[in-house]
Each structure stands twice: as structure tokens, then as C-alpha cells.
Design a protein around this ligand. Structure first.
Ligand code: 13P
Length: 248
């Protein structure tokens, strides 16, 4: 059985002081949570977040990781830097990085290998844009993102994939649960064909895109959906906790 994983992606929100306050609010609300709970926070919040989550089940994640060990890469943060703080998860290839910061499937692949080499658990984001969807290119886009993003990757035990249709991010538009389930089913079949049945059976695939308390239960009830990557709703303790506690 795949353990559900609900992860917050705070994006570029919350100063360190605000992060501490949000975590302190969140902690009692997710005390009895059944899914794995992760918060992926801005780099400048990691240190204080690590201290704030102490004694709780909340796990810490970053929003990106450099593809090199160290060196002349101004503005980048290495896996070793994240590890030393106690970071466990890292988001790689979020659509906003692809859209605004030139992230490609090739750089996703490099970052992914770097994360795995350093025992960070990657949450690799894939998803089609609205134009791609309207042109019926969803499968083709996902196939490229996965085959190139996971090129030469052989270790999947700690990998999570987040399927985030770009048109559903921050728009209030959610993929219907059936639709998300079907597309995630396609991703799983692709993983099966490429990396084998065992990997496909165990790999956790999240849905992301306007997931909120009111639709979490329905999405999480789907056979192929193993969790959520939550943007906006992760910034409010009550909303995020309601998603984590979707089973009631
Ligand atoms: P929203 O939940 O705000 O739509 O964002 C989703 C997302 O991009 C999570 O990574």
C-alpha cells in the first residue's frame, strides 16, 4: 500500500517569522494525521522551520536544489546545504520554474540525480499547459517530461511525482477527480512500461492544482491519486490541516 503524502508548497510566501507562526498554528491541527505531511518552504525559512516542526510529524522540504555539488553558481543552494539543515524532501521542476526560470527536462534530470545522490526525497513536478491540453497533447507532454526528466534514474524508492496541470494552478480550476485519476493512471502506466511493474506499484503520485478542503476528499478517494501538492491552501493552517485530515 502506498502511504498518502500531502505536501505544502509555500512558493515565495512567508518570511521566517511568519513561517514560524504558521507552523506553530499548524502543529496541533495535524497531530493525528494519517498521511505523511510535508511543508516545502522558501530557503530562508528552512532553518526556523526545522526548529518549529520539532516534536511533530511534519517533515521539511525545500522548493528546489542545485544540480552541482558546489562552486560558482550564484544564487543556487546545494543538496549538502539542505541536508545539513535537516531537509528531507525537495520539489524539482515545478511549472513556475519551467515557466519563469528556464527549467528544462534536462535540468530537472540533473537536479533529480543530485537530490537522489544526497538522499533527498524528490517531488518531481510534471503537467501540461492549457494550450497543450486543448491541442490534445497532454500525454505527449507528460511522456517527454517523464522520459527526459527521469533519464538514467534507477532508484525510485524515495521518488514522488506531482501531476500538476498548469491550467489548474492558482486558478481555482481543479481537474475533475476522474480526469486527474485518469491522467495519473497514464503516468503510472508509462512508469510501468519504462521502469517496471514494481516501481509503478510503489511510486506515489500526487495531484496538484487548486486542491483545497472542499475537493481533497474526492481527489484522494481516487485509485491512482496518492496525495496532493498544495499551493495557496497550504498558507492557511486550517485549510492545510483540513486537507491533511481529509478522512475526517
Ligand atoms: P495551488 O494549490 O495554489 O493551485 O498551487 C498548486 C501548486 O502549484 C503546488 O505546487
Amino acid at each position: 500500500m502506498r502511504k498518502p503524502i500531502i505536501a505544502g508548497n509555500w512558493k515565495m510566501n512567508k518570511t521566517a517569522a511568519e513561517a514560524e507562526a504558521l507552523i506553530n498554528e499548524l502543529k496541533p491541527l495535524v497531530k493525528k494525521s494519517k498521511p505523511e505531511v510535508v511543508i516545502c518552504v522558501p530557503y530562508t525559512d528552512l532553518w526556523i522551520a526545522k526548529k518549529a516542526i520539532e516534536g511533530s510529524k511534519i517533515k521539511l522540504g525545500a522548493e528546489n536544489v542545485a544540480w552541482a555539488d558546489s562552486g560558482a553558481f550564484t544564487g543556487e543552494i546545494s543538496a549538502a546545504m539542505l541536508k545539513e539543515i535537516g531537509v528531507e524532501y525537495v520539489i524539482i521542476g515545478h511549472s513556475e520554474r519551467r515557466q519563469y526560470f528556464g527549467e528544462t527536462d534536462e535540468t530537472v534530470n540533473m537536479r533529480l540525480k543530485q537530490a537522489l545522490k544526497n538522499d533527498l526525497k524528490p517531488i518531481v513536478c510534471v503537467g501540461e499547459t492549457l494550450t497543450e491540453r486543448e491541442k490534445n497533447k497532454t500525454k505527449k507532454v507528460l511522456k517527454k517530461q517523464i522520459l527526459e526528466g527521469f533519464k538514467d534514474v534507477t532508484e525510485f524508492d524515495n521518488v514522488v511525482i506531482a501531476y500538476e496541470p498548469v491550467w489548474a494552478i492558482g486558478t481555482g480550476k481543479t481537474a475533475t477527480a476522474e480526469d486527474a485519476n485518469k491522467t495519473i493512471g497514464y503516468i503510472r502506466s508509462l512508469i510501468r512500461k519504462t521502469f517496471g511493474a514494481e516501481v509503478a506499484k510503489n511510486l506515489r503520485i500526487q495531484y496538484g492544482g487548486s486542491m483545497k478542503p472542499s475537493n481533497a476528499k474526492e481527489l484522494m478517494a481516487m485509485r491512482n491519486i496518492d496525495g496532493g501538492l498544495i499551493g495557496g491552501a497550504a498558507l492557511k493552517a486550517e485549510d492545510f490541516a483540513a486537507i491533511v485530515n481529509y478522512k475526517g
